[in-house]
Design a protein around this ligand. Sequence first.
Ligand SMILES: NC(=O)c1ccc[n+]([C@@H]2O[C@H](COP(=O)([O-])OP(=O)(O)OC[C@H]3O[C@@H](n4cnc5c(N)ncnc54)[C@H](OP(=O)(O)O)[C@@H]3O)[C@@H](O)[C@H]2O)c1
Length: 167
Amino acid sequence: MTKQTTISLIAAMSENRAIGLNNALPWEPIAADWDNLKKVTKGKKMIMGRKSYDNPHRIWSEVGNYVITRQADYVADEGFEVVSSLEEAFEKCKSDDEVFVLGGEEIFRLSIPYADKIYLTLVHETFEGDAFFPEFDESEFTITERKEFSAGQNTPYDISILTYVRK
Ligand SMILES: NC(=O)c1ccc[n+]([C@@H]2O[C@H](COP(=O)([O-])OP(=O)(O)OC[C@H]3O[C@@H](n4cnc5c(N)ncnc54)[C@H](OP(=O)(O)O)[C@@H]3O)[C@@H](O)[C@H]2O)c1
């Protein structure tokens, strides 16, 4: 990984930090969040944990995807490359300008120390979850952008889309 590669995390979490339930999102589809994700990740490679990959509603990039697993014999679908660590995925993206870590909880936990940017959508509701976005030290970041969407504006819930940039 060269210094030029920006490591970005992108996630959506509820007020109680839930990001997943039963290997799916805890909420109804949020078009405004999906539109934002497609826009900011366009043309960038994606890195994800095996559980997030192994999901009928998985997200992927047209330019390259890395699936992190401890299973030595794991075979992923075409368009996805299997790696054994986050660092191995970063190494493979070292000539890219930006790479996105898509989660889930385990992979976010490992990647926050490396994050240059966090694109975080706050869903202003409480949801049951079994996967959560880890607490992180927000004082290490500056919020450079905040977009607000009210329920009914392409979203069933009030949401805020924040961009955190490491100081
Ligand atoms: N709201 C959001 O923004 C968002 C985004 C993404 C995912 N999600 C949700 O998050 C949930 C999944 O999160 P999760 O934490 O359960 O799973 P995950 O982070 O997607 O994947 C976990 C898997 O990654 C592999 N792994 C973890 N640490 C590793 C390490 N140090 N070295 C090598 N491999 C490692 C292991 O795969 P093996 O077991 O194969 O070894 C582990 O089971 C789902 O509910 C999903 O819908 C939400």
